[in-house]
Design a protein around this ligand. Structure first.
Ligand SMILES: Nc1ncnc2c1ncn2[C@@H]1O[C@H](COP(=O)(O)OP(=O)(O)OP(=O)(O)O)[C@@H](O)[C@H]1O
Ligand SMILES: [Mg+2]
Length: 244
């Protein structure tokens, strides 16, 4: 199963979700791969791997690099990483050079995916050929949304471009439950979109500390509200996905 953390917007919690959810999947004993598609390499950094892909992104996208050979282990059993590379900033161009650009990422994954129970894709914030290729490769889009009124429109845009083939599971991220605005927006939003995931990821310093600790929350703050939320989120995602 391929799950992509995606949003058009930047800084909404895609990478934090990808790293914590992939970690939780692997901790259950599931063979898990995280592919860091963002040239900035944030999830690669958090998992303490060098942000470098030998041969670069172009050869990978063109099918000239054996992706399996580029996979790195992490400090955690069952969790592997296909690292980011700065050349991914040109991935749109590299995809555009191919015959069927939107199917390329799926093709790169084809030979390696069977070895994994879960593949997570951590996407850069954009709406581009890379995103379209992600939509085609992913079974599920995990969409962190800020509790702000404009997020409703963001989700509508994503609905338009992602098409019917890709399941979309959206959840609220960086929520400050003391803020009336956040509560009101979430309530109105959920009334309109009952299919929203119920779990909410709180605004929490622990999540920011992941950058200092360079580790998933479970490793250094398992009892904090954020770690609890991600455990619930993963549970809810698995339930929703298995309901079909
Ligand atoms: N729930 C949270 N509470 C507090 N800080 C958070 C939370 N989630 C993310 N952050 C912080 O916000 C910043 C952006 O988070 P993150 O990198 O997960 O977002 P992103 O959507 O992947 O960003 P980008 O679009 O740049 O890839 C980071 O500094 C992160 O530590
Ligand atoms: Mg990110």
């Amino acid at each position: 199963m391929v799950l992509a953390t995606y949003n058009i917007k930047g800084g909404v919690g895609k990478t934090s979700a990808a790293v914590n959810l992939a970690y939780l999947a692997s901790r259950d004993g599931a063979a898990t791969l995280l592919w860091d598609l963002d040239p900035q390499g944030a999830s690669t950094y958090l998992l303490r791997v060098k942000p470098k892909l030998e041969g670069g992104g172009r050869r990978l996208v063109h099918g000239k690099t054996d992706a399996g050979e580029r996979i790195k282990g992490t400090d955690y059993e069952h969790l592997d990483l296909l690292p980011a590379d700065f050349s991914y900033r040109h991935m749109d161009l590299h995809l555009d050079e191919t015959k069927r650009p939107t199917s390329r990422l799926g093709r790169v994954l084809e030979p390696i995916a069977p070895e994994y129970d879960y593949v997570f894709l951590d996407c850069p914030p954009s709406i581009s050929l890379v995103s379209e290729s992600v939509f085609e490769a992913a079974d599920v889009l995990l969409i962190p949304l800020l509790p702000a009124t404009l997020s409703a429109r963001t989700l509508e845009y994503i609905d338009q471009v992602a098409g019917d083939g890709t399941r979309r599971l959206a959840f609220f991220s960086m929520v400050d439950s003391r803020k009336r605005m956040h509560r009101d927006v979430m309530e109105a939003f959920t009334a309109e979109r009952p299919e929203m995931l119920h779990t909410v990821v709180p605004l929490a310093a622990d999540v920011e500390r992941m950058g200092l600790m360079r580790a998933p929350l479970e490793e250094f703050a398992p009892r904090g509200a954020a770690a609890i939320a991600f455990r619930e989120l993963w549970q809810e995602i698995r339930e929703r996905v298995s309901e079909g």
